[in-house]
Design a protein. Structure first.
Length: 59
């Protein structure tokens, strides 16, 4: 009897707070942040490589 009640409560709580959907949203946000920063890092790295080559080879 007690176990069934806690099981039902847990199920309803998960449905109420939408545990899985909020986790998905959090993951999506993290991924978009990572991809955005990766683009930034690519441009930074390209600029650094160009500058390094220009200084090294005098172009």
């Amino acid at each position: 009897m007690g176990q069934e009640t806690t099981k039902i409560l847990r199920l309803s709580r998960n449905r109420t707070y939408g545990a899985s959907s909020s986790m998905d949203e959090r993951l999506d946000r993290m991924c978009s942040m990572l991809f955005a920063s990766r683009e930034d890092w690519n441009s930074i790295a390209k600029g650094w490589i160009k500058e390094h080559l220009r200084v090294t080879f005098g172009h």
